[in-house]
Design a protein around this ligand. Structure first.
Ligand code: NAP
Length: 347
């Protein structure tokens, strides 16, 4: 199959670099266009981008000239890692001009006509795209992926939906890379913990209900969530402790089995970056841990461990996922794979 040309908006930033790295050997997509701000326009990518990943910059993109984010210039499919300050307007302009935009930014996530997608959980929400096109008058489209903590929580709650989700209390321990570069000052985070991440608790509480909701997320799930977000001195990997109350009288073994067998459309379709299994259920008493487990499944799997009864609610466990892979670039790429496999709308 001929690879589909794709572009990256915000290609010079932390998430943009993840896109460039993860698309290097992608079997379906080929990076042919990179764009960023006026500061980077006209520079070679290796001059414009201060590369901060542990893997080297792919040779194929080094000499690409960075373009401005002007609709119509790049290929039909663009991944967006734009700063939220500009993502709203720029992404809309691209969708209006006929581009399919796969966005990481928060700006459009809660728009009822824009899917907030976790392919394993709500692939059916893509159905809203036809209405999006009609109502917004766009010849292109925007599809978003959730906040980097929300996606981990949703993946861990989805297998429990069959028992009837009632309430959940989640406490996150979020990696420094989630704040971008340079992010939290070293003096604030080294040997310390910051018990506040602006806007994060609200995102976890609202985005989760849209993703688990019905009618393409327009009817939010009735689950009540209380979240506490903390920044911790970890490089990559958001960890969270979760206590959840379910309606059914479920045995611990049933819950274990629900986690162990959980799979969605990406696994059924064997999409190129789908983690198999989607959830890694750990039996060790001290796992998952970010340094040991964030990269599992190519950074796309969610690890769940310490599953046990909760004396206040029904069950409690620890969940962990890679925040810049499953929580950002990897999530957008999986969204694109799902859209191409289900709708053939990218080629
Ligand atoms: P970042 O490192 O600050 O990168 C921002 C990118 O946006 C750069 O490429 C920058 O280009 C470009 N940009 C800034 N102003 C622009 C403008 N006026 N016009 C065009 N391009 C402009 O940020 P990041 O950490 O990669 O985050 C990118 C997006 O992903 C944000 O919306 C963020 O909230 C979201 N996100 C981040 C994470 C994470 O873990 N870091 C997780 C999920 C979602 P220049 O280099 O030319 O300035």
């Amino acid at each position: 199959m001929k690879k589909i040309d794709v572009g990256v908006l915000g290609a010079t930033g932390m998430v943009g670099q993840q896109f460039v790295a993860r698309l290097e050997h992608h079997p379906w997509f080929h990076v042919s266009w990179l764009a960023a701000s006026e500061r980077s326009e006209g520079k070679r990518y290796d001059e414009a981008s201060a590369w901060r990943l542990a893997t080297p910059m792919p040779d194929a993109v080094r000499a690409l000239s960075v373009d401005a984010c002007i609709p119509g210039r790049g290929p039909k499919v663009v991944f967006s890692a734009l700063d939220a300050g500009v993502a709203g307007e720029v992404e809309e302009a691209f969708a209006r001009a006929g581009h399919i935009v796969l966005s990481n930014a928060r700006n459009h996530r809660m728009d009822p006509l824009i899917p907030l997608l976790v392919p394993e959980v709500n692939s059916d929400h893509l159905a809203v795209l036809a209405e999006q096109r009609r109502a917004k008058g766009w010849s292109g489209a925007i599809v978003t992926n959730p906040n980097c903590s929300t996606v981990v929580l949703v993946m861990a709650l989805a297998p429990l939906q069959r028992f009837g989700l009632k309430t959940a209390v989640v406490t996150t321990m979020q990696a420094a890379s989630g704040a971008g570069y340079p992010g939290v000052p070293s003096y604030d985070i080294l040997g310390n913990l910051v018990p506040f991440i602006g806007g994060e608790e609200e995102k976890i509480e609202t985005e989760t209900l849209k993703i688990l909701g019905s009618d393409a997320g327009r009817t939010p799930h009735a689950l009540v969530i209380s979240s506490h977000a903390n920044r911790v001195p970890v490089i990559d990997g958001h960890t969270m402790t979760v206590s959840v109350q379910v309606e059914a009288k479920a045995a611990l073994g049933d819950v274990r089995e629900a986690f162990r067998t959980f799979a969605g459309r990406p696994q059924e379709l064997k999409l190129p970056t789908a983690p198999i299994p989607a959830i890694l259920l750990r039996d060790e008493p001290n796992r998952p841990q970010p340094r040991l487990d964030a990269d599992l499944g190519g950074g796309m799997a969610v690890s769940v461990g310490r599953l046990r009864p909760c004396p206040v609610l029904s069950f409690r466990f620890v969940a962990l996922g890679h925040n810049t892979v499953r929580g950002a670039a990897g999530a957008s790429i999986l969204n694109a794979e799902l859209m191409q496999a289900e709708l053939q709308c990218l080629s």
